[in-house]
Design a binder for this molecule. Structure first.
Ligand code: SDX
Length: 431
């Protein structure tokens, strides 16, 4: 991979008492970065709430161009991977950096199949939850608890341990996710069937029962696999940054992924797919769209148009286009072309994209806008949407965790602050 040489020139920063030079670094693609490491010794911090202008790390995994609406996994456009690849090939690509050869893919898939089961004791954890517990609450708990079962491979400085932890997590997430659903409806857990594909096996564990093991529809399995591909990674988003920060302390990978699941849950992030479907149900009818568009524009109203806007994309999220096509495929396969929610979503998208507020602020549909309708059509309950996002994003999270921990110079993440509290004051003397 040819990397632009780091630019020799820097920028001069005139401080009150001196001028210093900050090195300028260029990546392969994207904006140059100002290396500000030398500021702290000079007694200064930078201030960037929400990290809008901050590059937290160097990475080779995923590249996003928000203005052009470009998303590359290890250089490959998401559109090509969604059309030509499958989720486990994408997982291999994100984790190891290159597409696998046929023998490499075969070996990778067969190794994963050795890890699809979870320890029987984990079944007991589920019994501690209420049946109506949110499945993300269960996932945060049970994924974090995995570290209680794998003392044999928790040395994060051992590459083989890191690889085993990655494979265990990628293999077990579908099993745990399906267990969350089965527990919520009071049905028995289904064991993974290793003669099935990854997405097919997930749908099997979700919807088969011991008394009826129907083989999932291949078109729906392919759609599920494509949804996993679209959600696999996305650069330094909030949950991935959480995983990196947790990993920088030396915490074990299961604890770090559990932290990522917790961060993803928020409606501003991975929880948006659940929030978007609930919003569409609340809007209910095309005639109500105008009222909700006005609510979204009203600064005094906390309502946001769920599934719209993005910190990085100021153009159409390339995943949203693929998600809309996949949604259409699933609805037509299921004879649901007249799905009122899909029609409502398309009408909402059209109206919003013609409204100056959304156009001027460059607010476009994101990956979450159509994923909820698709998952709902697949029979997946709304509360499970973010669990599926977490299932897929585990590949990205563990790839970033591995990239960071395997770097010789990684440091404990510890941001500073602008302190605006009290200056030193003394405890009141005895009155
Ligand atoms: C994901 O980071 C990632 O990569 C995330 C993700 C991934 O794959 O990991 O892509 C997944 O999280 C997608 C985003 C899902 N979230 C939603 O759909 C929730 C709705 N969207 C908004 O909450 C919002 O757009 C955010 C949180 C996604 C982005 O917020 P930013 O970048 O902090 O943008 P902002 O709040 O600065 O918005 C700029 C302006 C503001 O108005 P002004 O202060 O300039 O007047 O746009 C407004 C915002 O009020 N705005 C919206 C809006 N999103 C932004 N107004 C109405 N509805 C919206 N959805």
């Amino acid at each position: 991979m040819s990397v632009k040489s780091a630019k020799s020139e820097g920028v001069e920063l005139k401080l009150p008492n001196k001028t210093i030079e900050l090195p300028l670094r260029s990546g392969t693609l994207g904006p140059d970065v100002l290396d500000i490491k030398s500021l702290a010794p000079e007694g200064y911090f930078t201030y960037d709430p929400g990290f809008v202008s901050t590059a937290s790390c160097e990475s080779k995994i995923t590249y996003i161009d928000g203005d052009q609406g470009i998303l590359l996994y290890r250089g490959y456009p998401i559109e090509q991977l969604a059309e030509k690849s499958d989720f486990l090939e994408v997982a291999y690509l994100l984790l190891r950096g290159e597409l696998p050869t046929v023998p490499e893919k075969t070996e990778f898939v067969s190794t994963l199949k050795q890890h699809t089961l979870v320890h029987q004791q984990i079944f007991n954890f589920f019994n501690g939850f209420r049946r109506d517990a949110h499945p993300m609450a269960i996932m945060v708990g049970v994924v974090g608890a995995l570290s209680a079962f794998y003392h044999d491979a928790l040395d994060i400085n051992n590459p083989e341990h890191r690889e085993t932890a990655a494979l265990r997590l990628i293999a077990k997430m579908p099993t745990l996710a399906a267990m969350c659903y089965k527990y919520s409806v009071g049905l028995p857990f289904m064991y993974p069937q290793n003669d099935m594909g990854y997405a097919e096996n997930f749908l099997h564990m979700m919807f088969a029962t011991p008394s009826e093991t129907t083989k999932p529809n291949p078109i729906l399995s392919r759609a599920m696999d494509r949804i996993f591909i679209l959600h696999a990674d996305h650069e330094q988003n909030a949950s991935t940054s959480t995983v990196r920060l947790a990993g920088s302390t030396g915490a074990n990978p299961f604890a770090c992924i559990s932290a990522g699941i917790a961060a993803l849950w928020g409606p501003a992030h991975g929880g948006a797919n659940e929030a978007c479907l609930n919003m569409l149900h609340e809007i209910g009818d095309v005639s109500q769209i105008g009222k909700y568009i006005e609510k979204a524009k009203d600064k005094s109203d906390p309502f946001r148009l769920m599934g719209f806007g993005h910190r990085v994309y100021k153009n159409y999220d390339p995943r949203a286009k693929i998600m809309r096509e996949t949604c259409h495929e699933v609805l037509s396969e299921l004879g649901l072309e007249d799905n009122p929610l899909f029609k409502l979503a398309m009408a909402l998208e059209k109206i919003a994209l013609e409204d100056d507020y959304f156009v001027s602020k460059k607010l476009y549909p994101n990956v979450d806008f159509y994923s909820g309708i698709t998952l709902s059509a697949l029979g997946i309950p709304t509360a499970m949407f973010t669990v599926i996002f977490a299932l897929a994003r585990t590949v990205g999270w563990i790839s970033h965790w591995n990239e960071m921990v395997s770097a010789p110079d990684y440091k404990l993440g510890r941001p500073r602050q602008l302190y605006t509290g009290w200056p030193k004051r003394n405890y009141p003397a005895e009155s």
